[in-house]
Write a protein that binds this ligand. Structure first.
Ligand SMILES: Cc1cc2nc3c(=O)[nH]c(=O)nc-3n(C[C@H](O)[C@H](O)[C@H](O)COP(=O)(O)O)c2cc1C
Ligand SMILES: Nc1ncnc2c1ncn2[C@@H]1O[C@H](COP(=O)(O)OP(=O)(O)OP(=O)(O)O)[C@@H](O)[C@H]1O
Length: 408
């Protein structure tokens, strides 16, 4: 697979590469944040059609997320989001999305820096470039896709353009997943108070009850398989539900730094993630079962420069794949904690939110300075202010047993 990073010039023009003089391509365009099962269906369709037509499968990936770029521009006089700005709302980093695209068999990923000048181009101009420069014969989109200035290029408009010009065809993928869900408009992350995987608060409600709930929370309908819903679920600690939509375990990556070093004294040494280095959406505070993967010493492209820092290098990507793979020697079940360590914060005066993971390994792991991937499999319990370190240790023992069970 080829990965190409493209930065539009100040007028918004992109210097698209010529993929081939005669081979055509099947293209899709989007953000693919989280690479959930809806996104995977779209990309699988691109790969399938490309095989059928003996064409290249091409993904044009926008980075940063248009949402984040437009929001920044609205607050900063139309300016572009500076390169490397962290995006804590992004479910996954660009590296992660690209890695999954490779696994699905994509030939070419073109990562286009999403600038305001680029966003101002019409969809007709953009699609003309796809045809002229990339040899696009088929464009694959989901039903709700929209592109170009003012998002005027929706599926209807593009179908009309395709029919009028006759130079490319549009292939629309039906909405995947079990329809729509109601999501509260003001949904703030909220740590569950109960132990164990949180339930859907609307489960079992009758119509009238659901209507009242929706009104109270000003809930809006969203596609169940959407990045918005995954973000909402992670904010409620509903890991199992989020992972079911993603089709894989939700993960964040970051660089391991020194913590307060109390962990080793109580028998549970933890890898603490440097907050500024974290790429991927953090679930709400709580204790989770999951995995820790050692991705090796952090290099230049460890994501410290933000979610958009794709390490467009084949060797690195395949090394990452081997480390992440099931059964890899760099992967351990892990009990994960996100929170302010309330048991100790009064005495220490430290109230920072810390992400740390205790890897269940036979040997001592030296992870300082390494990039690690933390995968979330289940919610175990809320953060608790224990009466003593001994009480915490006893509970950690139970959390470890539960983690082993959930990752077996
Ligand atoms: C699985 C797990 C669950 C944890 N749960 C809590 C908790 O409920 N309350 C709390 O105060 N600290 C909790 N912690 C954080 C510990 O207090 C912390 O790991 C310990 O103080 C060591 O900190 P250090 O890594 O900075 O040395 C948890 C840590 C882990 C690994
Ligand atoms: N559940 C789904 N079923 C089918 N296609 C989908 C689904 N979710 C997204 N898509 C399609 O995937 C492509 C990439 O989507 P993109 O990431 O740009 O934004 P999106 O549609 O807003 O996704 P999301 O709502 O999950 O953020 C688009 O063509 C979109 O229509």
């Amino acid at each position: 697979m080829n990965i190409t990073r493209l930065t539009p010039d100040p007028t918004g023009l992109v210097d698209w590469p010529t993929l081939s003089n005669d081979k055509k391509s099947v293209v899709t365009v989007g953000v693919f944040d989280g690479m959930h099962r809806g996104h995977q269906a779209v990309i699988a369709r691109v790969v399938e059609l490309a095989k059928q037509y003996d064409a290249f499968s091409v993904v044009v990936l926008f980075d940063p997320r248009p949402d984040a770029a437009h929001r920044y521009a609205a607050e900063h006089n139309g300016m572009d989001l500076p390169a490397g700005t962290p995006d804590p709302q992004a479910l996954s980093g660009v590296d992660d999305r690209v890695r999954m695209m490779r696994d699905l068999g994509v030939d070419q990923v073109l990562i286009v820096r999403y600038t305001m000048a680029f966003a101002a181009k019409s969809y007709r101009f953009f699609l003309g470039q796809m045809v002229g420069k990339l040899g696009m014969r088929t464009l694959v989109l989901g039903q709700d896709a929209a592109m170009g200035k003012g998002r005027a290029g929706d599926v209807k408009a593009i179908a009309t353009l395709a029919a009028a010009t006759g130079v490319f065809e549009l292939d629309v993928v039906d909405d995947r997943g079990p329809g729509q869900v109601r999501i509260p408009l003001d949904a703030e992350p909220h740590m569950p108070t109960e132990w164990g995987e949180p339930k859907d608060p609307t489960a079992g409600m009758g119509k009238a009850e659901l209507r009242a709930w929706s009104k109270k929370h000003q809930a809006r309908l969203h596609r169940t398989w959407s990045s918005t819903n995954v973000r909402y679920l992670l904010g409620q600690g509903r890991i199992a539900d989020a992972d079911a939509i993603l089709g894989h375990a939700h993960a964040v990556e970051g660089t391991v730094v020194h913590g307060e070093e109390r962990g080793r004294t109580i028998g549970f040494p933890t890898a603490n993630l440097d907050e500024a280095s974290i790429v991927g959406y953090l679930p709400v505070d709580g204790v989770y079962a999951g995995w820790l993967v050692d991705m090796g010493p952090a290099g230049d492209g460890d994501g410290a420069a933000g979610a958009g820092d794709a390490r467009a290098d084949d060797r690195v990507a395949s090394d990452d794949k081997a480390r992440i793979a099931a059964g890899s020697p760099w992967r351990w079940p892990a009990a994960i904690s996100i929170g302010t360590k309330p048991t100790f914060s009064e005495t220490t005066g430290l109230h920072e939110r810390v992400v740390e993971a205790y890897a269940i390994a036979d040997d001592w792991l030296e992870l300082y300075g390494h990039r690690v991937r933390v995968e979330f499999v289940g919610f175990l319990r809320p953060q608790v202010k224990f009466d003593s370190a001994d009480d915490l240790v006893a509970e950690l023992g139970r959390n470890v047993e539960e983690t082993k069970r959930l990752t077996a």
